[in-house]
Design a protein around this ligand. Structure first.
Ligand code: SF4
Length: 151
């Protein structure tokens, strides 16, 4: 991964690989029926906050910047910072992290089993290494640092 560096030393190939992982995940024949209740986006309710590798965080941060925002919105109710206040939709849905794509609520069929997607997790870990990441980190911190790195 040594092509296309910009934003300082960020390897754009690495970010392309993250996006490919998301595409490959979408092609897995694992049936779920998400009707976007967005229950899983309310971390305080679920008691679960996604953890992100560095590549995921950078992809998400770039998508947030593309909306014209340069900092992470703050919610006091424990909802994900990416949840739009007025619409209740994800601000970065197409660039949402892996955990948002694999953690389904019970109504949607439940989370993917780790062994169903372990190869994709390994690929994200490889990207993390290539970007000098430090492994999966809690959502807010990972995104905040990614936004700072993109400045
Ligand atoms: S990034 Fe988007 S999909 Fe993921 S928890 Fe936040 S609002 Fe929900």
């Amino acid at each position: 991964m040594d092509r296309g560096k910009c934003h300082g030393q960020i390897d754009m190939n690495a970010l392309d690989e993250v996006r490919k992982v998301y595409v490959d995940l979408a092609q897995r024949p694992i049936e779920r029926n998400c009707v976007r209740t967005k229950e899983c986006c309310h971390f305080k309710l679920t008691g679960r906050t996604p953890y992100l590798t560095k590549g995921e965080a950078l992809v998400a941060a770039k998508a947030l910047r593309a909306t014209g925002r340069t900092s992470l919105p703050q919610h006091s109710d424990g909802a994900c910072a990416m949840l739009h206040r007025e619409t209740g939709n994800c601000l970065i849905y197409d660039a949402r992290p892996f955990g948002c794509r694999t953690h389904f609520c019970a109504a949607a069929g439940g989370p993917f089993a780790r062994n169903e997607v372990i190869d994709l997790i390994r690929r994200l870990e490889d990207v993390d290494l290539a970007l000098n990441g430090s492994g999966p980190r809690v959502f807010q911190n990972a995104i905040a640092d990614a936004l700072a790195e993109l400045r």
